[in-house]
Design a binder for this molecule. Structure first.
Ligand code: IPM
Ligand code: MG
Length: 384
């Protein structure tokens, strides 16, 4: 018996050694830095369209129609090229046993930016989430999620670290069956510095005066402890901006505390906390169906709906009631990223106009309310 565990420990230690080596290599590469793409000076921008699965193709049908109208001239002149990329579906991924099949990844890498629908992540097993794989493959280190509630003067922007933390080795844990299981969390110097920099730069460029650093550094002492320290180091370069430490538990409470929540502006936080709290924030704004999400790196950008593929909606025959607002908001963010701010504003105000006020279209995912198509039609009319 003893021997059996010792062998398992030896295997785990070997595995751990390989993981540390890989992570050190990743950190070294990050330190070298990359060339930042300048969209404003590009003659042509290739947008990859990846519908995903579940409700993905349904909400994509909506966003595609909107793009054809909103970006008509740019598509006609060749300034924008839309490239449909199929094959990022759970069926194809399972069949090929690859979280992002090689040919799909090659097609994705030939684009400048991506608009991506939700992709199903199998629970357990070894198949990695396609999102996580793409964020890593394209080095999309900043997950930027804005949430606003106009009536309450809430304008939050979350900077979630997107390539490491609890996610980078999420499929590479160790276990001794029947006894124990361990996963690993990784925080690197360069990885933290670049997300902190992104958050403070955003604050500076958007007139924000405070950044909340959200961790659980009292418990995750090594990783979150260092994350917080590095954020404070970066903060020193931004004299007009204050930086406060918060623990993730109290911050989740703060977001539902109406007395203080509008004081928060910009948040910077490790991957998993960012994942969780941005769903909470999106729900406060009107549901996860309403929030868009930008995944950006120095070279690529991927813009997606914040929610998952909602297989339950498909099973229950509710696909037609899926809300396209989230992917449409992702398109707004994509357009801003590629220096097409005017079109972004146009879409954002049209979306705002058709989803608020007396004749508002309400897509809630329930049968008694409006459908994806109702919203699309109203939006296309508003854009004419
Ligand atoms: C998100 C999603 C993903 C994540 C899933 C689908 C892997 O929840 O983008 O927030 O956990 O990051
Ligand atoms: Mg999430």
């Amino acid at each position: 018996m003893q021997n059996e565990y010792e062998q398992a420990i030896d295997r785990a230690v070997e595995h751990f050694r390989a993981l540390i080596t890989q992570q050190l290599e990743r950190e070294n590469k990050m330190e070298e830095g990359a060339v930042v793409k300048d969209f404003a000076s590009m003659k042509q921008v290739v947008i990859g369209l990846v519908p995903g699965d579940g409700i993905g193709p349904i909400i994509f049908d909506s966003v595609r129609q909107v793009m054809d109208v909103l970006l008509k001239e740019e598509i006609a002149s060749g300034k924008l090229v839309l490239k449909q990329i199929d094959g990022l579906t759970i069926e194809n991924r399972m069949e090929k046993q690859e979280s992002v099949p090689q040919d799909v990844l090659a097609a994705i890498k030939s684009c400048d930016v991506l608009l991506k629908g939700p992709t199903t992540t199998p629970k357990g097993g070894t198949m990695e989430s396609a999102n996580v794989a793409l964020r890593r493959e394209l080095d999309l280190y900043a997950n930027v999620r804005p949430v606003s509630i106009l009536e309450e003067n809430i304008d939050w922007t979350f900077f979630r670290e997107n390539t490491e933390g609890e996610y980078v080795l999420g499929s590479k844990g160790v276990s001794i069956p029947g006894k124990l299981a361990m996963d690993f969390k990784v925080t690197t110097e360069a990885g933290t510095r670049r997300i902190a920099r992104a958050a403070f730069e955003f604050a500076k460029n958007n007139g924000k005066t405070n950044v909340a650093i959200v961790t659980k550094a009292n418990i995750m002492k090594k990783t979150d402890g260092r994350f917080s320290e590095i954020c404070h180091e970066v903060a020193r370069d931004y004299p007009g901006i204050t930086a406060d430490d918060w623990y993730i538990d109290i911050m989740t409470a703060n977001l539902v505390n109406e007395k203080i929540r509008s004081n928060f502006q910009v948040f910077v936080l490790p991957n998993l906390y960012g994942d969780i709290i941005t769903d909470e924030a999106a729900q406060l704004q009107g549901g996860v169906g309403t929030a868009g999400s930008a995944n950006t790196g120095d070279e690529y950008g991927m813009f997606e709906a914040i929610h998952g593929s909602a297989p339950r909606m498909i099973e229950e025959g509710l696909g037609a009631y899926a809300n396209p607002s989230s992917i449409l908001t992702a398109l707004v963010m994509l357009l801003r990223h590629i220096a097409m701010a005017e079109k972004a504003e146009k879409l954002q105000s049209a979306l705002q106009a058709v989803t608020t006020g007396e004749n508002a279209v309400h897509v809630t995912g329930y049968r008694e309310d409006d459908t994806c198509e109702d919203l699309t039609k109203a939006l296309l009319k508003a854009l004419q």
